[in-house]
Design a protein around this ligand. Sequence first.
Ligand code: ATP
Ligand code: MG
Length: 179
Amino acid sequence: MSDVKRVDCLLIGRFQPFHLGHLEVVRKIAKECDELIIGIGSAQISHTFDNPFTAGERHLMISRALRADGIKDFFLVPIVDINQYGVWVSHVRSMVPPFERVYTNNPLTKRLFSEAGYEVSASPMFNRSQYSGTEIRKRMVEGDDWRKFVPNAVAEVIDSIDGVKRLRDLVQGGADAGD
Ligand code: ATP
Ligand code: MG
């Protein structure tokens, strides 16, 4: 038996969409950790301006982007919100393989996992003014270039589901349009 301590790591995000900043974090984690687990948060939400893509679409974007980048060994787990912070960590634990360390920059996520005894690592922010879901969604709606901020595989998935049109329609109408 080896004495080397395993470090299996979890990255949680909404990935609306998965962009090059996320990819940089994943590359770093893949180097630093034994197992790479990615939790697709707010999995139940789609078709809103802040969360346009379904968990299945995000799953496809992330898995194709990682494989194209040569990262083959990862777990992708959709995680629905429960809106009860006191049991959030147990909820996540029940959905994903065992892990020891969490990578996040979200202050609440940091607090909840460190209170539960997990090691929490802040990931450095890469080119945050551009590698940001909010910025990319804004560019899609306004017709500015967004493809250069996401892995090619992600742009391909978004094109294949006509994602930009979906986002524009959501901004114009929302779920109640026509009522
Ligand atoms: P949104 O603007 O929709 O919130 P986001 O770009 O912040 O999108 P999230 O899915 O909210 O993306 O983030 C998931 C995780 O990735 C968070 O811990 C977040 O801090 C981190 N992250 C987001 N952008 C970057 C970046 N450019 N570099 C490094 N980490 C990032
Ligand atoms: Mg965010």
